[in-house]
Design a protein around this ligand. Sequence first.
Ligand SMILES: [Zn+2]
Length: 204
Amino acid sequence: MKTHFLKPGDNKIIIENLSNLFLEDSDLHIAVAYFNSEYFADLIIERAKKKQKTLLILNTSDLIRPKEAGKSEIVISKALIKILKHEGNYIFCKSLGLRVLGNYQNMHHKFIFTKNKLFFGSLNLTDAAINRNFESLLETDNKFLIKDFYSEFGKLWNIGSELYSDRDGKLRSIMCPKCENSDGVDFESFGPICHMCGYNFIVD
Ligand SMILES: [Zn+2]
């Protein structure tokens, strides 16, 4: 078991360690609340090109976020949209948690693993986490721990909702903050707009 502590500034070696996990052949499982890192989005897309499978679970309430603290403008991360556009045979995304009339349920896990290695700690896959935050991360190849996290991931996966459906091309689970409906959120056909009420999402 190895411990890693990130701090604002240079986390190059730690990120390199974590990135190596993304280069493994075996299935990559990611459960993080929030994802906005283009760096990791690109690694996931590279995996798909090499026919390596990635399964990603995110927190529903964090799919859309205020652009700045206290502001009402809502953004979806560019990195997430990028991944969802490649969703298919090798990238699978689900979200878990609720954001209904102020009733919050959060998927607050942060763990990433293959059958060989597990990272867990405080790290979301965000630019802030890898560049600007104080974070802790444990790295282990302990088979028993990996098995436990694998089993937990399976439970989350079973109750998560698909974030993207090929069939109708809709980005489901992303609720429009104005009309509180997810049926009108279909970025493929009309761009980042809710076509139930016309709300414009900002992709950032
Ligand atoms: Zn709407």
